[in-house]
Design a protein around this ligand. Structure first.
Ligand code: FES
Length: 163
């Protein structure tokens, strides 16, 4: 089924449109609605945004290309996005990522067959003082070690097994 804004979502976007001089101010809020609701934004969704909001598709595509939190396809229930920028790299992100890949049996960009985990990478998360760090969905997690990533993955697996 293709995405459609609810009446309430359209009203909120219209309210915003009335407060700004440039309709492009709606691009980020509109993308967030899609990302939060379905976990990704496909090229079909971008065409829907263009048609519905009257904002050229290229503006949505550019913003999606810049921010790593917007996905172009469905991801696992837990999306682990590891910072690959220099501070995190110098503080051991490669080792943490390798541990996550080994534990999950997948590589960067892949999703586990049970649909529980995806792993990906991100540019600097603005959390360098806690490097190496990552996002677990939208939660920032810092001071990562092989032990802490193992603990996190084990805990999330246990929580899902007991449901
Ligand atoms: S370099 Fe990783 S959060 Fe800044």
């Amino acid at each position: 089924m293709s995405f459609e804004f609810t009446k309430d979502e359209l009203e909120r976007l219209d309210d915003l449109r009335n407060k700004v001089d440039d309709d492009r101010a709606l691009v980020l809020p509109a993308l967030w609605i899609l990302q939060r609701r379905q976990g990704f934004i496909s090229s079909e969704d971008i065409l829907y945004l263009e048609k519905t909001l009257g904002i050229r598709a290229i503006f949505f595509a550019e913003v999606m290309g810049f921010y790593s939190m917007f996905n172009e396809s469905a991801k696992g229930k837990y999306e682990l996005k590891f910072c690959k920028t220099i501070t995190c790299k110098l503080r051991g992100s490669d080792e943490v990522i390798k541990a996550a890949e080994d534990l999950l049996g997948i590589k960067m960009g892949e999703t586990t067959s049970d649909g529980l985990f995806s792993i990906g990478e991100s540019e600097c998360l603005g959390y360098c003082e806690k490097a190496p760090c990552m996002l677990c969905n939208l939660d920032q997690i810092g001071d990562l070690t092989k032990e802490s990533i193992t603990e996190l993955i084990d805990r999330l697996r246990r929580e899902n097994a007991s449901r």
